[in-house]
Design a protein around this ligand. Sequence first.
Ligand SMILES: *Cc1c(COP(=O)(O)O)cnc(C)c1O
Ligand SMILES: [Zn+2]
Length: 400
Amino acid sequence: MAREITLACRECGREYDPEFRYVCAECFGPLDVAYAGAEPSRARIGAGPKTYWRYGELLPIVDRRHIVDIGAGMTPLTHARRLGEALGLSRLYVKNDSVNPTFSFKDRPAGVAVSRSRELGLPAVGCASTGNLASATAAHAAAAGLPCRVWAPAGIEAPKVVQALSYGAELVSVDGTYDDANRMAARAGDREGHGIVNINMRSYYVEGSKTLAFEAAEQLGWEVPDRLVVPVGSGAMLNAICKGFGEMRDHGLVGDISRMRVDAAQPTGCAPVVSAFRDGGRVVPVERPETVAKSLAIGDPGDGRYVLRRLEESSGTAEEAGDAEILDAILLLARTEGIFTEPAGGVPVAVLKKMAEAGLVDRDETIVCYVTGNGLKATGPLEPLLRVPAPVPAMEAMVA
Ligand SMILES: *Cc1c(COP(=O)(O)O)cnc(C)c1O
Ligand SMILES: [Zn+2]
C-alpha cells in the first residue's frame, strides 16, 4: 500500500490534504502530519543514509528528489560517563546536536520545511529566529537554490548573524523581541506566499525534530529511555520528540513508552512553561525575556500548552536554571565530556544537575539529555569566567 500523508487538526481532528496550510479552518488549531500506510522497519532504517533522511518513511516529503540533504542528523549519542559520575548517574547519554552542519538541531526542522517548500513549488523561504534557525534555514535554502529572508531580534549573538548572512540570506534585524520578529515574518509570509519554515510551514517543520527521538532510540539499540531532558523555547522540539516516540511505538519500532518521563528545561529569565507548570495554570507570556540563553528567549511559546500536556502525560516535570548555573553547566559538560555547547544546551544539563542533586532522579535510569547547539556560536558570556591569557614574549630562536 502506498503511503499517504494528511494534515490533521490537533484540536478537532479535521483532516486536510497536505497543502500549504498550517491552521485548521474550523477551529484554528495547529495541524499535524499523519502517515497512513507508512511501513518503517529497523532494517530499512539501518540501511538508509547516515543522515536523518534515513527516517524518510515518517517524514513529509513525497518525492525524494525534493529532499535537501546537507548531511544533518545521526549526531553522536554519547554515554556521558564522566558527567554522569559528577552527577551521580550511571546511564546518562548526551545527544550531541551541536555538531550538525550549521551547528544546532535546527538543521532537522529547517531541512524538512525547506524540502517541503521546494516540493510545494514555493518561490522563497524564510523564518523568524532566535539565531540558530536563521542559519539552518539559510543553509538549506542555499543548497536548494531558493531565496531566503530571516527575521531576528537585534540582540542575538554576532556569530549567528555572520553565519546566516554568509549563506546568502537577507536578514531583517528587528529592534524588538523574538515575538515581534515572529509577527513580522508571519505577515510577510501571508502576503508573499513564501514558506516561512516555523510559521506557515510549521506542520512540516516540526516533523524534522522528531528525528531527535528516532535517532536516540536507534542509537540505544531501539531501547526506550527512562527519561528525556529537553530545552524548551517555543516548545516545538519537545512536542515533536514526543510525537516521534509515539510513532515508533505505533509502528513497532520500540516497545512500551508509557514509563518514559519527559522533563522540560528553561532559563530563569524566560521560563513561562516552568511557571505555568508550577502554578498549574495557563502559560502567561514573558514580555521582556532576559537570559544568557538567547536561543530560548521566546516569551510567548507557540507550543507551550502542548508541552504542559506532554509533561502531564509522561509524569515529567519542568525546571529552570539561572544564567550562572547555565554557564557552569556549559563548563562542566565541556570539562567532563569534551562537548562544547551554547547556553541553550547548558540549560538541560543545569536542570538535570539540579534534579539529580535534589534526589529526583534514580542513579540507574537511562537518561537522554538533549544538547542542541554549539558553543562557538556564543562564546561571549564565558569569557569573564575563563582566564584568557595575555600574550607572553615569544622564545628567541635557538642559534645552532
Ligand atoms: C530553537 C532552539 C531550542 C528550542 O527549540 P523550540 O522548538 O523553540 O522549543 C533549543 N536549543 C537551541 C540551540 C535552539 O536553537
Ligand atoms: Zn480544528
